[in-house]
Ligand binder design. Structure first.
Ligand code: ZN
Length: 562
């Protein structure tokens, strides 16, 4: 394409010629088409919106629709002489006026003279005034007279990027349509379609980069695409696009942010070096980091990020993956760091240094554990203390844990240590057959009431065919367990559980009877207390809490497990 003598820019070559080709302005197309179908077409329209979103294209499509020789239908035929002339800009009945250069009262007076005549070949004389806010006050006044009593054969279409500059008298006489910025996925889809027609090989990553350059303007995106094609020809590489458009490769941003979360300082600094090597402005890079982390935060915080973020579907999915184990809070803390650094960079002599420092700081931040997560952990530990399947029958007696050997790390306070570390089964018990914890869990699943009593019992003796369970003397549990019905039912369950006839014997344990193993309920209570102790220690030693104590000059007085 660039080898030819004439190169038509993409924005002109692929200008939408009917409503269905108008990307991103479906709400406008639908309303205009409904008006045409129902024969209620206003005599003056105002199209507002950012540059390059399709206002003038829509005005021409509308003009063709109104003057098409095939009749007023909701799409122009684009092949009759009227349609073709309007497309070429040579129709004698459609006047396109640039408000910026024809803004005087004389121009409007000429216009008024002009529209007094009936259209030469068409149904309507159509006046399209682009950048209509540029007209002078006198010109507006002259125009107003026509708008107040418009001839039947005249239609006005005004377009502007700045509707607030229009007099209310004009605004009130127009049917107004607000054009939206075109979303990134829609621009990408259009670019992909054009790439196909132009036989250009280009990745979705590059298309997204080009589309982003357009910032919601289809025309600007196509101009950026022109620039890329002029440089790369028909085979476009991601690196070329990134260099050409002065954009940071999104993959590099994703790589750096992943390294930040992983605490991988090596990769973080290597990334900054790479950014610097391509001569990218460090402050702009920091701004892109901010945007990137803002995207991450939105993805982590809302259910439908695609409705809020201007991101291609593939990018969204990629970022999602990166975030699986990162909390919104942790993203937010880093985002705050970057925003602060960016403002410092305006007058900085060493912008790269600032970027490196802030990224290192972000990479070395200790993760915050949300309180809810701590609570969940505690709950799961509590459950595990009762239902853990690996808790052997013999292992219920708690003996002091051996002191850690030199060099041996103490067990983590938030992780349950394996019961085997806390207990030492006696030789006689290692021959045991059943599993007290599992048995109680088994009973619990079937007969919750029996299980809740058993949880308070200690397995004081167990032999083949016999389980002796002790309960605290004088307790409710002892009374309940001594019921013949209770014993009979537990015996049935024990037989099924062990696969052998098993006698259940219940006895009282006098207070201070130290030899009795702990009941599951006691163990659970002990574990919960231990856990709270550990939690207190962890909270008190947490760097954030320490920092809070320093900042507020306070101390932690209480830690509660809600
Ligand atoms: Zn036509």
């Amino acid at each position: 394409m660039s080898t030819g003598t004439h190169y038509e820019v993409l924005a002109r070559k692929y200008r939408p010629q009917n409503f269905s080709e108008l990307a991103g302005q479906e709400h406008v197309s639908r309303t205009l088409q409904n008006a045409i179908d129902s024969g209620r077409v206003a005599h003056a329209f105002l199209f507002t919106g950012a540059r390059g979103v399709g206002k003038t294209s829509t005005a021409r499509i509308m003009a063709k629709t109104l003057n098409c020789e095939r009749g007023v239908t909701h799409e122009p035929c684009n092949i009759c002489p009227q349609c073709i002339e309007i497309t070429k800009g040579t129709s004698t009945d459609v006047f396109e006026i640039d408000g910026a250069s024809n803004n005087g009262v004389d121009d409007v007076r000429d216009l008024r003279e002009n529209i007094r005549y009936l259209p030469s070949h068409s149904r309507y004389r159509i006046i399209i005034i682009d950048e209509v806010h540029m007209l002078s006050t006198n010109a507006f006044n002259a125009l107003l007279k026509t708008l107040e009593e418009p001839p039947e054969h005249v239609k006005f279409i005004f377009a502007t990027t700045e509707p607030h500059k229009l007099p209310i008298t004009i605004l009130s006489r127009c049917q107004r349509f607000d054009f939206k910025r075109v979303t990134l996925p829609k621009i990408i889809a259009r670019l992909r379609e054009i790439a196909g027609k132009e036989s250009v090989t280009i990745s979705d990553t590059s298309l997204a980069l080009i589309a982003r350059k357009g910032d919601g303007s289809m025309r600007d995106s196509l101009t950026a695409f022109d620039q890329v094609l002029a440089f790369c020809g028909n085979s476009v590489s991601d690196e070329d696009v990134a260099t050409l458009l002065g954009a940071i490769d999104r993959r590099l941003l994703a790589e750096i942010s992943a390294a930040v979360f992983a605490g991988d300082t090596q990769t973080v600094l290597a990334g900054v070096k790479q950014v610097d090597l391509v001569g990218y402005n460090m402050r702009q890079f920091c701004q892109e980091l901010i945007e990137h982390f803002r995207n991450l935060l939105v993805i982590r915080s809302v259910k439908k990020p695609e409705e809020i973020l201007d991101l291609a579907a593939a990018e969204l999915e990629e970022l999602h993956k990166q975030l699986l184990h990162i909390s919104a809070l942790d993203i937010q803390r880093r985002l705050t760091l970057f925003i602060k650094a960016e403002s410092e960079m305006a007058y900085a002599s060493f912008p790269r240094l600032i970027v490196e420092m802030v990224l290192l700081k972000a990479a070395l931040l200790a993760p915050l554990v949300p309180i809810q997560e701590l609570i969940e952990k505690i709950k799961s530990l509590e459950t595990a203390a009762v239902h853990t399947p690996s808790l052997p029958w013999e292992a219920v007696r708690v003996v002091p844990a051996p002191a850690p050997q030199p060099g041996e790390a103490p067990s983590s306070p938030t992780r349950p240590s394996h019961p085997a570390h806390d207990v030492a089964p006696t030789p006689a018990q290692t021959a045991g057959h059943t599993d007290w914890g599992r048995f109680v869990a088994y009973v619990n699943e079937r007969e919750r009431l029996l299980g809740s009593v058993l949880e308070h019992g200690s397995p004081v003796k167990q032999e083949t065919g016999l389980i002796e369970i002790g309960f605290p003397a004088g307790s409710y549990y002892l009374t309940a367990a001594l019921e013949a019905e209770f014993i009979a039912e537990v015996q049935v369950l024990a037989r099924v559980f062990t696969g052998a006839e098993t006698v259940i014997r219940v006895k009282a344990i006098e207070a201070g009877f130290a030899d009795a193993p702990l009941s599951l309920a006691e163990k659970k209570k002990n574990d919960a207390e231990q856990l709270l102790e550990d939690l207190k220690r962890e909270v008190e030693n947490h760097p954030v809490v320490k920092e809070a104590e320093r900042v507020f000059g306070s101390t932690v007085t209480d830690v509660r497990n809600y």
